[in-house]
Design a binder for this molecule. Structure first.
Ligand code: I3S
Length: 128
């Protein structure tokens, strides 16, 4: 229970496959392009690599860099409204620099865990 143990129990590393699309870049709307994306939470950064590829070994291996990284510090997460997506269980992530992403999983427990991890990361790193 993260509340019981306080903020220090915030997971600094978490990974998995999520459906991800960018919807805004530097404040400008961009076309949705949902893709199954290997996602890694590492400290206050969220890293994305399109395509599952070799799965968990991807990061450990010496392959190319993550396709896209966002800094969570100063960002926000909320559950996306129905206007943002017709999909279920969609998280809307906004970054300080005006990038907005939608993050989705069909699996309730998976997306709830990500929501919690992202919220806690943002709260923990809020004043850095
Ligand atoms: O918000 P939108 O424009 O209704 O998003 C849908 C479209 O991006 C659609 O692609 P094209 O319009 O490029 O064919 C996607 O296939 C849908 O998945 C998008 O909507 P959802 O509600 O799934 O986020």
């Amino acid at each position: 229970n993260p509340i019981k143990h306080g903020l220090h129990s915030t997971p600094s590393e978490k990974c998995g496959v999520l459906n991800v699309t960018k919807i805004t870049e530097h404040g400008k709307k961009v076309r949705k392009n949902w893709a199954s994306t290997w996602t890694v939470l590492q400290g206050s950064s969220l890293l994305f690599a399109k395509g599952q590829g070799s799965g968990t070994s991807w990061f450990g291996g010496n392959q190319s860099k993550p396709e896209f990284t966002v800094d969570l510090r100063g960002g926000s997460v909320e559950w996306a409204s129905k206007e943002k997506s017709s999909k279920k269980h969609v998280i809307e992530l906004k970054t300080r620099v005006g990038t907005e992403l939608l993050i989705q999983s069909e699996i309730d427990s998976v997306i709830n865990d990500w929501f919690r991890a992202l919220s806690e990361t943002i709260n923990t790193h809020a004043w850095e």
